[in-house]
Design a protein around this ligand. Structure first.
Ligand code: GLN
Length: 525
């Protein structure tokens, strides 16, 4: 295999060029590939959960270099089909792995020491290209790491690369990526969800032990549901947004994927915390989320909102979620109805607020400061040329948002949407006076076919109808595997909690997970 060396600051490879992937594969993998076999020898290692790998590393049963090489071999074997990574930082990853092994030899131990993880391509990584899934940022190499990447590195994690995303995180399927569409490892003809679909597919297909995404309206919970993963969207401000490419700043939140609740808690643990560089960062101590996973939910009050079980909900999804709620009751939770009456206004309010903020945030891409510049006849011409690099969805939202913010329409659209947002927030506040958590479906349907909704933005927007009310309310939520439909496609149970109540929802999900088999099912790939 050919291995081109890039300058030290540019050691990554882009998966979206037409060149075949050329990664440094292990001898075993090379042998298998040469003889036409599938290099499945590494399955033992990559089948471990993050917490199991951590245990194995601590006990000296394996090394970070072995785990990282196994992940690289796995990427070579399956990512041509799944297409989850936009960029693979193989050399850097192997270096980080070797450094982690050396530290461990010295007796050091940090929470994620030597564990390979993936990062969504809207999160800045020093020296590794970060495109936000857009042509307008192709070739952009951030000079710094986002707060969350700094935290991951400090915890000892190995960063495998950058995962595919809808352009600027706008979408629900990764089909809005300017580079390619990611395929769902459970059925390659279907979407993995989005916008963090690359991260979800990478974890589900065992090409990372956990991954970071962002959830502005559901972009981690929805793909988690579609790929049989645990996806946590922490409270707004609990995890710093510093170094995260902004889409809709009042809604954006770094969020995470794990194969289990404990895995998700482990990666959340190291990324949560105060950061003075993010003015919305919450300055309260970070509890021990992992230690909070007791599995005891006796007396927990679980609210079930009837508004989340309306028309458009796939019958298999409704059945699986109701069965999951019964299971929570069987574990000692007290289940009761709860009402979130303004739920139906969440979608229109979100699609005014998010594009309005996006139109302001995307104004900075002008060909002067970041990414490529396409020269025109004069300054305006250059600006216009360069901004033609935005994809259709980004342009649609810039126009929508600019319109909603324009003088004369501001009050009627943006101002009104803000009022609706307050009502939705109030709904949640009232509900959380009666119950500890709210249980509902995560996505109205299981994974849909690639191409099914691309020409119909409205039907695509509906994919997040059950996740985006929570973003408007700024509280926390997660999705945990809770069954499969007739076509063996995964279904997710959504658990929502009050501000900073991540411990409560994680523990409820843990209790559920420990007594059900769903999370153990793996994609057939
Ligand atoms: N699908 C929603 C949107 O397109 C949510 C995206 C997200 O959470 N990043 O805006």
């Amino acid at each position: 295999m050919r291995l081109t060396r890039l300058p030290t600051s540019l050691r990554f490879r882009q998966c979206w060029t037409n060149e075949p992937l050329s990664l440094p594969v292990s001898n075993l993998c090379a042998e298998a590939l040469a003889s036409g076999r599938s290099p499945g020898y590494y399955m033992d290692l990559i089948s471990l959960s993050l917490t199991e790998l951590r245990q194995a590393l601590r006990q000296g049963q394996t090394t970070s270099v072995a785990a990282t090489q196994a992940i690289l071999d796995r990427i070579v074997a399956v990512d041509n089909q799944v297409q989850s990574y936009l960029t693979i930082a193989d050399e850097l990853a192997l270096e980080q792995a070797a450094a982690a092994d050396a530290r461990r030899q010295q007796g050091e131990d940090t929470p994620l020491l030597g564990i390979p993880v993936a990062v969504k391509d809207v999160i800045c990584t020093e020296g590794v290209e970060t495109t936000a899934g857009s042509q307008i940022l192709s070739g952009y190499i951030p000079p710094y790491d986002a707060f969350v990447v700094q935290q991951l590195k400090q915890a000892g994690a190995v960063i495998m690369g950058k995962t595919n995303t809808d352009e600027f995180a706008m979408g629900s399927s990764t089909e809005n990526s300017a580079y390619f569409t990611t395929h769902n490892p459970w059925d390659l003809t279907r979407v993995p969800g989005g916008s963090s679909g690359g991260s979800a597919a990478a974890v589900a297909a065992r090409m990372a032990f956990a991954a970071l995404g962002t959830d502005t309206g559901g972009s981690v919970r929805q793909p988690a549901a579609l790929c049989n993963l645990v996806g946590l969207r922490p409270t707004y401000g609990r995890v710093s947004r510093w170094g995260v490419i902004a889409y809709a700043s009042s809604l954006d939140q770094v969020s995470m994927f794990g194969r289990t609740v404990a895995d998700c808690a482990a990666i959340f643990q190291v990324t949560a915390g105060y950061d003075r560089r993010d003015s919305t960062s919450i300055d309260t101590p970070v509890p021990d989320y992992e230690a909070a996973l007791t599995g005891d939910i006796r007396g927990l009050r679980v609210g079930v909102p009837e508004e989340y079980f309306g028309a458009g909900l796939q019958p298999a999804v409704a059945a699986a979620v109701l069965a999951a709620i019964e299971q929570l009751a069987a574990l000692g939770a007290e289940v009761m109805p709860v009402s979130l009456p303004h739920t139906k206004y969440a979608l229109p309010a979100y699609y005014l607020i998010a594009p309005a903020e996006a139109s302001a945030n995307l104004a900075r891409y002008d060909g002067v400061r970041f990414g490529p510049r396409l020269l025109g006849a004069d300054v305006i011409g250059t600006l216009k040329q360069t901004r033609s690099l935005f994809g259709a969805e980004a342009k649609r939202r810039i126009m929508l948002g600019t319109y909603a913010l324009s003088a004369g329409y501001y009050d009627a659209y943006y101002g009104r949407a803000l009022k609706v947002r307050s009502l939705i927030k109030q709904d949640f506040q009232t509900a959380f006076q009666q119950v500890d958590i709210i249980a509902a479906p995560t996505s109205p349907t299981t994974a849909f076919k690639i191409g099914e909704k691309v020409d119909d933005p409205l039907s695509m927007y509906l994919a997040d109808i059950l996740t985006l009310p929570l973003n408007l309310s700024a509280s926390c939520g997660l999705s945990v595997p809770c069954g499969f439909d007739e076509q063996k496609l995964p279904i997710g149970l959504q658990l929502m909690g009050d501000t900073l109540q991540e411990m409560t929802i994680l523990n409820a999900a843990y209790a559920y997970e420990q007594t059900t088999p769903w999370h153990q099912m793996t994609a057939p790939l």
